[in-house]
Design a protein around this ligand. Structure first.
Ligand code: PLP
Length: 421
């Protein structure tokens, strides 16, 4: 089968533009006539540094990243960031609190006692709106203990035990002095996306403000980000940016500054709080321009090529241009699903539908979910060159991942197939 005959709707890794893959394939064999491939050159070479800086610059341009934010290239995936955010932001919170207490109390033992008391009350807030934010909250509980994890809202509670809705903001229970508030902007497994950025989480990361973190692994590069609301956003590259192996963190520089501080590991040990691996330390990675340890320059090069293509395609519109296309493609597909509601049932509620992961069930003539029909759908669609449509193993059903690499024609072809199935 040729690449051209396929539209791939897999949820991640996602498809990549053929021209990008051809450029990377050639670079893997011989980069810039060095007689060496890109996976062979040193990550400390001038060529590697140029690749890294160019990718970073293009990412900043495409997303309009403000100067107050730094871009970090890391490893460990989104899952690595579930842990890194805890290590980093709890440590930052402890240092903030230690400083504040020390301003009032001079005696070191007194400061320690006061700090211990505050740590007893430590809360990390999670909005649980799907499988990935649930996993992130479980990692927090594993690292700091259940008693320190506050579930701001659990979307299953208003939807018969299943994900698919986003609870109203007025029902969220945000802790008073949370060390961090965390949410996942697009839930890949459940097809749930925040329609806009939650206003209630505004202004993260300033002095005495809670640290607001968003997982944008599966909708990054598909709409502009109001960075001023966030302390940090992170995403694995393998959906809209590149391939698995590269993870990006965009973080407020003031949280990296020496004055922001991280608690001394000795203090963290005394308080019984976790100390993260150095490879996941944001300030260490930042101080070393993302090269504290060996980074896959091939992955960065690939991401850089995707960004160059996107910048060429959308010109001055940048991510805004992609947002329009993503919306149009999603509308085409949801349009047919809604029109044929006797056959299809969309998992997510209308106000929470993901533009990136379109999850639905197929109904039999009695209106019941039919796994048999779903299996037939996946098989028949594949015969038409529409692949990767099987839902996540934990929830079943069908999932059409409408990432940036899916063309308008590809989405139209799926819509037509949905019409006639
Ligand atoms: N967050 C989201 C929204 C995801 O979709 C995924 C993976 O698909 C992850 C986190 C975990 O990423 P990784 O597999 O790179 O650890």
């Amino acid at each position: 089968m040729s690449r051209e005959s396929i539209t791939y709707f897999g949820a991640g890794p996602a498809g990549l533009p053929t021209t990008v893959l051809e450029t990377v394939a050639a670079a893997l064999v011989n980069y810039k006539s060095l007689g060496l491939g890109i996976a062979e050159i040193s990550h400390r070479s001038k060529d590697a540094e140029e690749i890294l800086n160019s990718c970073k610059k293009d990412l900043r341009t495409y997303l309009g990243v403000p100067d107050e934010f730094e871009v970090l290239f890391m490893q460990g995936g989104g899952t690595g960031q579930f842990s890194a955010t805890i290590y980093e932001f709890v440590s930052l919170w402890v240092e903030r609190r230690r400083k504040a207490i020390a301003e009032k109390k001079k005696d070191e033992e007194e400061v320690q006692r006061e700090l211990e008391k505050e740590v007893e009350e430590l809360k990390i807030d999670y909005l649980v709106t799907g499988g990935w934010s649930l996993k992130a909250s479980q990692e927090a509980a594993r690292l700091v203990g259940d008693e320190h994890v506050n579930i701001v809202t659990d979307a299953r509670k208003i939807n018969g035990g299943k994900f698919g809705k986003i609870p109203e903001e007025e029902d969220w229970k945000i802790s008073k002095n949370a060390a961090m508030v965390y949410y996942c902007d697009n839930e890949t497994v459940d097809g749930v996306e925040f329609p806009t950025f939650p206003a209630i989480l505004k202004n993260g990361g300033g002095e005495d403000e809670p640290l607001v973190v968003a997982d944008m692994s599966s909708n990054i590069l598909s709409r502009p980000i109001p960075f001023e609301q966030f302390s940090a956003v992170f995403f694995g590259a393998q959906k809209n940016l590149g391939c698995a192996g590269l993870t990006v963190v965009i973080i407020k520089r003031c949280l990296l500054a020496p004055t922001a501080g991280r608690a001394d590991p000795k203090i963290m040990r005394k308080l019984g709080l976790p100390i993260g691996p150095i490879a996941l330390s944001y300030d260490i990675v930042s101080k070393n321009n993302s090269l504290y340890n060996t980074l896959s320059i091939t992955d960065v090069f690939l991401a850089g090529q995707v960004l160059k293509k996107a910048l060429n395609t959308f010109g001055e519109e940048r991510v805004g241009g992609q947002m329009k296309v993503s919306g149009e493609k999603a509308e085409k597909i949801y349009g047919v699903l809604d029109k044929r509601s006797e056959r299809y049932s969309v998992v997510a509620n209308k106000g929470a539908r993901s533009r990136m992961n379109i999850c639905f069930r197929i109904l039999d003539d009695e209106g019941k979910v039919s796994e048999e029909l779903e299996a037939k759908f996946v098989k028949d669609a594949a015969a038409e060159g529409l692949t990767g449509l099987k839902g996540h193993r934990s929830v079943g059903g069908i999932r059409a991942s409408n990432y940036n690499s899916v063309s308008f024609e590809g989405a139209t072809k799926l819509a037509e197939f949905l019409e006639q199935f």
